[in-house]
Design a protein around this ligand. Structure first.
Ligand SMILES: Nc1nc2c(ncn2[C@@H]2O[C@H](COP(=O)(O)OP(=O)(O)OP(=O)(O)O)[C@@H](O)[C@H]2O)c(=O)[nH]1
Ligand SMILES: [Mg+2]
Length: 304
């Protein structure tokens, strides 16, 4: 079953934004792709893979709320794949001290050519791209000298390309978040929904929250147990269950979580909508702990 309808997540303005981004590529020296360190496969920008012949740098953002072991794994994996990447946290600025030295390294040849032509002081132009809500504007604000970009915790905040002057003689172009027109793999859509890159109003929040719960039960049962005081469940002992049993159990645990938080409707039923929103919110804000939903081993399998 499709959890999100393609037309709803790729509205007309997104294809217009994508065209505008491609038009503006000719003005830039470097492409910075920001991904979400919690879902490094699903948050890649499909529109910017392959074909674009520009030096590029990947920033694994939100590394403060991703599982540090897997972020390190990912950096090793990307390096082997010849992808230049840095782990950063644009909320606090952690990791960004490596950004300017990396830009200078990646643009060494271009800068040498400019210097030979007596244009050593030329401004470096950088374009920032990424899926919605990944932290593009937060990155710009960390680097910007003066004017600030609008940042909010919801997808679709930046509406059009906008230039910002940054320190170190750099100009940065902020762009609106772009999704793939069609997700070949529903898992990509789900992961983007979990982290808040797809507008909640076009999602079935309860289905998404239960899918997240299922994933967390597989990957981080102890964090769930601790956060929601689920001591009556043997959460790590899931392997023996068949599919129906598993689904039933997820439903049960979901209801337990709602009950423990007192999310009860008049009449005594669990308020499943509020429970779903709370679960998603707590995951998105790392209340459960630092979590990474996609591991580099999955990427290795895909490229085999
Ligand atoms: N924990 C954490 N939160 C971050 C980080 N970077 C950005 N955020 C938060 O993520 C949310 C989205 O940030 P934005 O900078 O608006 O994201 P964007 O990619 O510009 O989003 P759109 O313009 O909607 O595509 C905000 O609530 C930020 O505070 C980070 O490194 N760590
Ligand atoms: Mg933005």
């Amino acid at each position: 079953m499709d959890i999100i309808h393609p037309i709803q997540w790729f509205p007309g303005h997104m294809s217009k934004s994508k065209r505008k981004i491609h038009d503006d590529l000719k003005y830039v020296n470097l492409l910075v792709e920001i991904i979400d360190a919690r879902i490094p496969i699903s948050s890649r920008s499909p529109a910017f893979m392959g074909s674009i012949l520009k030096p590029r740098l990947m920033l694994m953002n939100k590394s403060d709320i991703a599982d540090p072991i897997f972020t390190t794994d990912w950096l090793v994996f990307l390096k082997k794949d010849n992808i230049q990447a840095l782990a950063v946290d644009c909320k606090s600025g952690k990791g960004l001290d490596k950004f300017i030295p990396k830009v200078n390294e990646l643009l060494r040849k271009e800068i040498a050519v400019w210097q030979n032509k007596g244009m050593g002081g030329r401004r470096i132009r950088i374009m920032v791209v990424g899926v919605p809500n990944v932290g593009k504007s937060s990155f710009i604000n960390r680097m910007a000298d003066g004017k600030r970009a609008k940042v909010e915790n919801r997808p679709g905040v930046t509406k059009e390309n906008q230039w910002f002057l940054a320190k170190n003689n750099i100009e940065i172009l902020d762009t609106p978040g772009i999704l793939s027109p069609k997700f070949e793999d529903q898992k990509v859509g789900e992961n983007l929904a979990f982290v808040g890159s797809i507008k909640d109003k076009i999602l079935d929040i309860e289905i998404i929250a239960k899918k997240l719960l299922k994933k967390l039960l597989d990957l981080y049962p102890n964090l769930l147990k601790k956060r929601f005081n689920l001591k009556e469940y043997h959460l790590s002992d899931e392997t023996a269950d068949n599919f129906e049993q598993k689904e039933l159990r997820i439903d049960q645990i979901f209801h337990s979580i709602g009950q423990k938080r007192g999310m009860i409707l008049p009449g005594g039923k669990i308020d499943t909508h509020r429970t779903a929103n709370m679960l998603l919110d707590e995951f998105r804000n790392a209340k459960l702990g630092r979590i990474t939903l996609e591991r580099s081993a999955e990427a290795s399998k895909e490229s085999e």
